[in-house]
Design a protein around this ligand. Structure first.
Ligand SMILES: Cc1ncc(COP(=O)(O)O)c(C=O)c1O
Length: 436
């Protein structure tokens, strides 16, 4: 297990004022909380650039062929955020009409966009065909048939990848395993569906197959499954007589959420993928494909921080000490959905003060609205501010209006600049109230 410190969990620009108040990009978070209210989410621009640069460096170091980093928008996306990422020259993986439209408006070139999803709508497929995205990632034989009809009807040519399900189970929560034999995603290899899709695309009048893709799951730390996936996909290509020009082993590499978590280091992932692809392609005398890695969490999780205000504290009959914050399940469903772990810290440094074990809960009407079952915190009371680090991925993008909660404001922080990515929702302007 790697030695993770609190600094490894906080955004890279995190610092304290001389008075002990936490800052990101030299912006004092307590002041931002006062100005924008809580719950408040902030993203540190420097951390995102840092994550992208370290991935680029690792890929440049280990892979001889051309490559692309493609951000999985499902981790978090909004127009301002997408613009910032487009500026970084990376690609984007989208899974809905909303994400497609934002990617387009944010200035992504269609040649950097991949459309994923296990049940794409006609609208989504048509929009992607018309925009000429880099690849529509076909997920099933049924979808291949439907897309073929649409392309023919519109008289539009399209590039496709096939999402392959190699039957590999990675060590993560079963809700985030995606390439095992019972997965709803992709074309299974074992029963011949993947080979059949390749056969159907061989001389297709409208669709050209340019790549093979798989995504093994999310938040795992073992590199070996990537090696196995590369082996199974290249074997499939060989058996069906194709040479993929593009090759994408998806995303999924984990990040630490607590000090008991595993390393932030992307090297085992990138080195394993790069070496495996080079070996498998070189051995067959094939030109190296464009390698497309597709992380979501790894790029944005650490950049995000959730800021809450403490409300009620109470002791349950069994002695459990509860501390409640003004957010919870509606802005972060991950603990309830798959027992995701987090830590928390006060925005105001409290060195030397004794800590006590508390259960950090949200304000929502579910007993399962527990953000952190056990965390050691100094004495905190109503009105104090608390931060939950590593809050940048799959929190806001999975947020809800449960109990008619308004979604939090979201800020992008740079030194000397605060950009509002999402204004706090106004409950009374929403469809619950207006009916529109
Ligand atoms: C096809 C695909 N690619 C990439 C990702 C990104 O995964 P992660 O955020 O774990 O890197 C996902 C997430 O589910 C995905 O489904």
């Amino acid at each position: 297990m790697a030695d993770i410190s609190l600094n490894d969990l906080l955004p890279v620009s995190a610092c304290y004022t001389p008075e002990g108040s936490l800052t990101i990009a030299r912006q004092e978070l307590a002041k931002l909380a006062k100005q924008f209210g809580t719950p408040l989410y902030v993203y540190d621009g420097q951390t995102i650039r840092h994550q992208i640069a370290s991935l680029q460096e690792a890929i440049g170091h280990f892979y001889q062929g051309s490559s692309e980093i493609t951000y999985a928008a499902k981790a978090y996306f909004s127009l301002g955020f997408a613009r910032r990422l487009a500026d970084q020259g990376i690609g984007v993986d989208v899974v809905s009409l909303g994400e497609l439209k934002i990617a387009r408006q944010a200035g992504f070139s269609p040649l950097r966009v991949h459309l994923h999803g296990n049940n794409k709508s006609e609208d989504e497929l048509v929009t992607a065909l018309k925009w000429g995205v880099q690849a529509i990632v076909v997920d099933s034989l049924e979808e291949l048939g439907f897309l073929s009809q649409l392309a023919e009807k519109l008289q539009l040519k399209g590039r496709v990848w096939l999402r392959i399900t190699p039957g590999i189970t990675v060590d993560t929560h079963h809700y985030t395993q995606t390439a095992h034999s019972a997965s709803k995603f992709g074309l299974p290899v074992q029963d011949g569906q993947a080979a059949e899709a390749i056969r159907q695309l061989a001389h297709h009048p409208w669709l050209t197959m340019t790549g093979l893709h798989t995504h093994l799951g999310s938040q795992f730390f073992e590199a070996e499954p990537y090696r196995e996936a590369v082996a199974r996909l290249t074997e499939l290509a060989e058996n069906t007589g194709i040479i993929p020009q593009e090759f994408s082993p998806g995303g999924g590499w984990g990040v630490p959420y607590t000090q008991d978590g595993k390393s932030n280091d992307p090297q085992p992932w990138i080195e394993t993928v790069a070496v495996a692809v080079e070996q498998k392609f070189n051995r067959r005398g094939w030109p190296l494909p464009r390698l497309v890695v597709e992380p979501g969490r790894w790029i944005v999780a650490r950049a995000g921080l959730a800021i809450y205000t403490i409300g009620t504290s109470k002791t349950a009959n069994d002695g459990t000490q509860f501390l409640a914050v003004d957010g919870g399940l509606a802005d972060n469903v991950r603990p309830a959905l798959y027992q995701a772990q987090y830590t928390a810290l006060p925005l105001q440094k409290s060195e030397g003060k004794p800590v006590r074990k508390v259960t950090l809960v949200g304000k929502f009407c579910e007993t399962g609205d527990i953000l952190i079952p056990e965390v050691y915190l100094p004495p905190l009371q109503r009105g104090d501010l608390l931060a939950v680090p590593v809050a940048g991925a799959y929190q806001l993008s999975m947020s809800s209006n449960y109990n008619l909660a308004a979604r939090p404001a979201v800020l992008w922080l740079e030194e000397g600049q605060v950009e509002v990515l999402q204004a706090r929702e106004k409950a009374e302007e929403s469809a619950w109230w207006t009916g529109k």
